[in-house]
Design a binder for this molecule. Structure first.
Ligand code: PHE
Length: 445
């Protein structure tokens, strides 16, 4: 068998996997989802899901990917043809996420230029300007296309050159700028109410749909349940410690989400904004926060949107890569053809998604395309994908093989192996099924 391309270095893999995980999910989605779901209790449940389910599923994805040396669909199919559908479901999730993710990526890109063009000079108009921007039928489309083109360029070049480099530069910049924003927000009068909202659980706000939202957020944010980490794991060297890698990536992703929350909520409460401000949250809070700082403020805001765009890019290229790897491995497409054909379909989905924000286009149950793609993937497909992977690993794969893969044939100590295995085999599938059922029932009430 031809030797598979490997990541350039250990740090390169961690940066690429963390680059996939850290993205709009952490900085754009986490704060407004926490806001919509009542704050503290949601955050606590999310953290529990991340630590127990997220970490275990990520380890499983890395393990299965490296064991099979194949991307998502191939990893399932090569073991048992009847399991192909589980991989295909992941590819479908990738498609659907790429049906709205580049829309928001385009907003981030646009905001780099908007901030550069003097957006902060009229703080009172920042909120309205966002609303007017995203509901405009044409301008966001242009940015979305530009954003998608960046993805195409990176993915056409193959994995290690493009994705690794972007990830390495980005992460420290993003982290640094979020800390600046958090400090700035925390020093405003009235900021503590925001910390309380975010970290003081009010369990009266918990119901089935809040719990499902927390589970979906955990999967989405960690890039799990659609084969992305299986694909990345398949490129990982046999020498690497999977447990450690999974722990580092999970911790980094969660740290960025919490930091984004701390950067947003204190400032929002200080400004008297609604916690349930929705998708505009980062696009309004960050510019407003820096507005009265003059040129310095514009500089920080500019750096923030550059970092946000790059963070989004390192995630969306991983989504695109899952679809592309499927077309190359299973349908014998050339890389170029795979990238161009899939990104064209994604662009069409994104047009539907973007237009739906201005009220244009078809609706499903009264919901526009943007929300349909988002809801379907993060609340249903990813969780079901994760559940299927766990059932596959727990019931179809050989326990000894998993042990060998995850511990590098016993070289690496993983004393919790049996706990992990029991989680994957029983606890996680049952939990996901229960959470999904109760959340979906609540949604229809
Ligand atoms: N984890 C990415 C984010 O938080 C999104 C993503 C989901 C990427 C699923 C790959 C797979 O932005």
């Amino acid at each position: 068998m031809e030797k598979r391309e490997n990541w350039g270095s250990k740090i390169g893999f961690i940066m690429a996997a963390a680059g996939s995980a850290v993205g709009l999910g952490n900085i754009w989605k986490f704060p407004f989802t926490a806001g919509n779901n009542g704050g503290g209790a949601f955050v606590l449940i999310y953290l529990i899901f991340v630590a127990i389910i997220g970490f275990s599923v990520m380890l499983t994805e890395f393990g299965v990917g490296r064991r099979r040396q194949l991307a998502a669909v191939g990893a399932f199919k090569s073991v048992d043809k009847r399991w192909t559908f589980a991989g295909v479901l992941g590819v479908l999730s990738g498609f659907l996420i790429m049906g709205f993710y580049p829309v928001v990526g385009g907003w981030a890109l646009a905001y780099v230029f908007k901030v550069g063009g003097g957006l902060l000079s009229n703080p009172a108009a920042i909120g309205d300007s966002f609303g007017a921007f995203i509901t405009n039928p044409s301008t966001p489309l242009m940015w979305m296309v530009l954003y998608l083109i960046l993805n195409v360029v990176i993915v056409v070049k193959g994995i290690s050159s493009g994705i690794e480099k972007a990830g390495k530069i980005l992460m420290p910049l993003l982290f640094g700028i979020l800390i600046v924003i958090a400090i700035k927000g925390l020093t405003l009068p009235g900021a503590m109410a925001g910390m309380e909202f975010l970290f003081k659980p009010d369990f009266s706000k918990v119901n089935g749909s809040v719990v499902l939202a927390a589970l979906g957020q955990a999967f989405f944010s960690l890039s799990l349940g659609m084969g992305c980490m299986i694909t990345y794991g398949s490129y990982l060297s046999k020498k690497e410690n999977l447990v450690q890698n999974a722990a580092i990536v999970t911790a980094m992703d969660t740290a960025v989400a919490l930091l984004a929350g701390i950067a947003m909520f204190p400032a929002m409460f200080a400004f008297g904004m609604e916690p349930a401000a929705g998708p505009g949250l980062v696009f309004v809070v960050v510019p407003t926060l820096f507005a009265e700082m003059g040129a310095m403020g514009s500089m920080f805001a500019l750096m923030f949107f550059v970092a946000l765009t790059v963070a989004a890019l390192t995630s969306s290229v991983s989504l695109l890569e899952v679809v592309v790897a499927f077309l190359i491995d299973e349908k014998q497409f050339s890389r170029k053809k795979a990238v161009f054909s899939s990104s064209t379909v994604m662009a069409l989905l994104c047009i539907l998604a973007s237009l739906s924000l201005g009220g244009v286009g078809p609706k499903l149950f009264g919901t526009g395309a943007f929300d349909v793609f988002d809801l379907l993937t993060d609340k249903i497909f990813l969780a079901i994908g994760g559940m299927l992977l766990c059932i596959f690993a727990g019931w179809r794969l050989n326990k000894q093989d998993l042990y060998d893969e995850i511990t590098n044939k016993g070289e690496i100590k993983f004393g919790m192996f049996d706990t992990w295995y029991a989680l994957v085999k029983y606890v996680i599938p049952i939990t996901i099924a229960l959470v999904a059922i109760s959340g979906i029932r609540q949604g229809f009430e």
